[in-house]
Design a protein around this ligand. Structure first.
Ligand SMILES: Nc1ncnc2c1ncn2[C@@H]1O[C@H](COP(=O)(O)OP(=O)(O)OP(=O)(O)O)[C@@H](O)[C@H]1O
Ligand SMILES: [Mg+2]
Length: 304
């Protein structure tokens, strides 16, 4: 069993009578990049704000580094870096000087500033004022700020929001290095499955405040196992015939669907159907994309 860095039990947050976060049991393994995925309004930011002690849960518990946040908030936050919503900077100061202000507050050695600038690849822009930074550079400065205190855990709320493809790529590359090169566990939220797919090792899918799926990205992919789709004349009879011959078949409209069929079996089914007098119009393998799976979880209204 790998060590769990964040564990919540029935974490719940209400606004009025509305349940923004509903009985969440998160498990974030050490060394993972945990993609926290959900459409707008799903409850991602509310959850993250609770993890960071910025708002209180209505009910439920949070344990981070095996400690109860209600009792050990300061200890936990000292080991946690975060980026929630757009961070604010002193625009008239340079990137370096902005980091210097925070380094003083956190009492971290000044040499750490150069290290974090290097990690987020802002060293060449360190002496420029932040008001001249692009959005992507500002986000990277935000991540640099989050890294100043040498955290064991990094929590990023939609860090690529509003960035262009190059900016998104930069941030993704940065995040991917965190566990392997810096020993940091990462929680990163997004409403884009494609983005999570490209960087996460683990996924939690949230919608309407509820956790609908949580496991490794591999387990999510397993659900995209191929389906064999066959179009025949007389689909009802063909279904019965195939079932009588030991195949599990479902009918979707006028199409037959079989799962877990390899290439050899496909050939044999095709031949047998023909010999039994059916006309096979087409036969193809259909692999559900991760996107399809995500939409199955969050419903079409959560469309990307
Ligand atoms: N301070 C608040 N007062 C009232 N309702 C709130 C408050 N904060 C969040 N909510 C509601 O809680 C729900 C979850 O919001 P939250 O911001 O956590 O979603 P999100 O997943 O971060 O969405 P987005 O992708 O848009 O950032 C929404 O319905 C939102 O309107
Ligand atoms: Mg949000």
């Amino acid at each position: 069993m790998s060590e769990i860095i964040i564990e919540t039990s029935n974490l719940t947050r209400k606004y009025g009578t509305k349940l923004s976060v509903n009985q969440l049991n998160l498990r974030v393994p050490k060394g993972s990049i945990y993609g926290f995925l959900g459409p707008n309004g799903a409850g991602k930011t509310t959850t993250i704000r609770m993890l960071l002690g910025l708002i209180r849960p209505t009910s439920g518990q949070i344990r981070i580094f095996n400690q109860e946040i209600a009792k050990h908030r300061i200890n936990i936050l000292r080991r946690t870096g975060s980026l929630v919503e757009s961070p604010s900077y002193y625009g008239h100061l340079t990137g370096y000087d902005n980091l210097h202000v925070v380094a003083k507050l956190l009492k971290v050695p000044v040499k750490r500033i150069d290290e974090v600038l290097e990690i987020v690849r802002l060293t060449p822009a360190a002496k420029q004022t932040v008001k001249g930074y692009s959005l992507g550079m500002k986000q990277r400065l935000g991540i640099a700020t989050a890294l100043l205190g040498n955290p064991d855990l990094l929590i990023l709320d939609e860090p690529t929001n509003g960035l262009d493809p190059a900016g998104i790529h930069e941030i993704r590359a940065l995040i991917k290095d965190m566990p392997t090169q810096h020993g940091i566990t990462v929680v990163v939220s997004s409403h884009l499955l494609s983005e999570i797919d490209q960087m996460a090792t683990h996924v939690g899918i949230i919608d309407h405040g509820q956790l609908l799926f949580q496991d490794s990205i591999g387990k999510l992919r397993e659900q995209s196992a191929p389906l064999l789709v066959i179009k025949v004349d007389k689909p009802d009879e063909a279904q019965q015939w195939l079932q009588a011959n030991g195949y599990q078949v479902i009918i979707d409209g006028d199409l037959l669907q079989l799962s877990n069929i390899d290439v050899e079996t496909t050939k044999s089914i095709n031949k047998q159907l023909f010999q039994a007098g059916f006309s096979v119009y087409h036969i193809k393998e259909h692999r559900r994309s991760l996107e399809d799976i995500f939409l199955d979880y969050v419903g079409k209204e959560g469309s990307l």
